[in-house]
Design a protein around this ligand. Structure first.
Ligand code: ADP
Ligand code: TRP
Length: 322
């Protein structure tokens, strides 16, 4: 089976865009591939300097994956910091990473342009990412568009290393999640934390009702027929409905007599029901965090076995030590 590997930043509350744009694909991949999914908490250190927050976010990220259906019996789920070999490989790979390659990285330039302090870890971030990937001979890396260049850098580093030492690393390929699925936010633009237009998955029913209430709609009078085609409420409801459900909803729009408030109530119900099981699981894990740590330990043990073997080959190739 193809080894697919991805890191998902522990960056707080997940929204519908994260679920339908990323996590749902992971659920499909765990059935069809050898999926490695990890929480890049060393990477998070580049910008987060609050130990308590990082510790909590890391656990929370694991709880979120597990609650939303990542199955530790199918996928290897672990925290990056539980497999220390990645840091050793990071250093070794640094010697195969031309400065120019890192100087050209968009993500570094963007972060600095945004005013994030330019420290060394931010600069060398792609080298650690290369170590994440190459340590496990990952073949396919599902990424958002912003991460493509990082996988290209990984390929360059691996090729350079292989040129000197023989075929040690598998050259990975990136796979961009299909952009057919750009989930719109409250204002119809792409749902994103940075636009403040998200519908978060794990909020109380009351909060969810309030959030869905903020979806922008036109002001067609209640009794008039309404357009469903460009309606933000409809676009989101689509994610949860089958064909029959969609046709019913279209009829309700076309018939008139119901306002957008009704459709929003309906959408809220759809979202609330869809994530019912996830909410229950999350509640369970929040009350039984030891179970989550055990799952992460088991994932790390599996990852470590592979990492240790690979590191022996790499050390031997570069001459560390006997
Ligand atoms: P945000 O834009 O809220 O900061 P991230 O950049 O952290 O979200 O995204 C994490 C993952 O979720 C990425 O794989 C990204 O492709 C996916 N994702 C985020 N928002 C959307 C969206 N509106 N539509 C589709 N996928 C999305
Ligand atoms: N840099 C990725 C992001 O910001 C996270 C990440 C770290 C990653 N290491 C990885 C993704 C290895 C894929 C493979 O989203």
């Amino acid at each position: 089976m193809t080894r697919v590997l991805t890191g998902i930043q522990p960056s707080g509350a997940l929204h519908l865009g994260n679920y339908f744009g990323a996590i749902k694909q992971m659920k499909d991949l765990q059935d069809s591939s050898d999926l490695f999914i990890f929480i890049p908490n060393y990477h998070a250190l580049t910008s987060l300097k609050d130990g308590k927050a990082l510790r909590e976010n890391t656990l929370d990220a694991a709880i979120n994956f597990l609650s939303l259906g990542i199955d530790p019996n199918k996928a290897t789920v672990y925290a990056q910091s539980d497999v220390k070999e990645v840091l050793e490989l990071y250093w070794i790979l640094s010697g195969y990473t031309p400065m120019g390659l890192l100087e050209r990285a968009h993500s570094y330039k963007d972060k600095v342009a945004k005013g994030i302090a330019a420290n060394h870890s931010l600069f060398s971030y792609p080298v650690l990412m290369a170590a994440d990937i190459l340590l496990y001979d990952a073949e396919v890396i599902p990424v958002g568009k912003d991460q493509i260049q990082h996988v290209e850098i990984t390929r360059d580093i691996a090729i350079k290393f292989n040129n000197d030492h023989g075929d040690i690393f598998t050259i990975p390929e990136y796979k961009v999640a299909q952009e057919l699925q750009t989930i719109p936010g409250l204002d119809g633009a792409k749902m994103s934390k940075s636009y403040g237009n998200t519908i978060d998955i794990f909020q109380t029913e009351k909060q969810l009702k309030k959030t869905v209430g903020k979806i922008e709609t036109d002001s067609t009078p209640l009794e008039d027929p309404k357009e469903w085609k460009d309606c933000n409420v409809y676009a989101l409801a689509k994610l949860f409905l089958d064909n029959d459900g969609l046709l019913d909803l279209q009829k309700r729009y076309e018939k008139g007599g119901e306002g957008h408030g009704h459709f929003k109530m309906y959408l809220k119900e759809l979202i609330w029901e869809y994530f019912k099981e996830a909410r229950e699981k999350r509640e369970h894990y929040l009350n039984n965090t030891q179970e989550v740590y055990d799952i992460l330990d088991a994932g790390a043990a599996k990852a470590s076995t592979i990492a240790k073997k690979k590191m022996e080959i790499i050390r031997d190739a570069v001459g560390i030590y006997r």
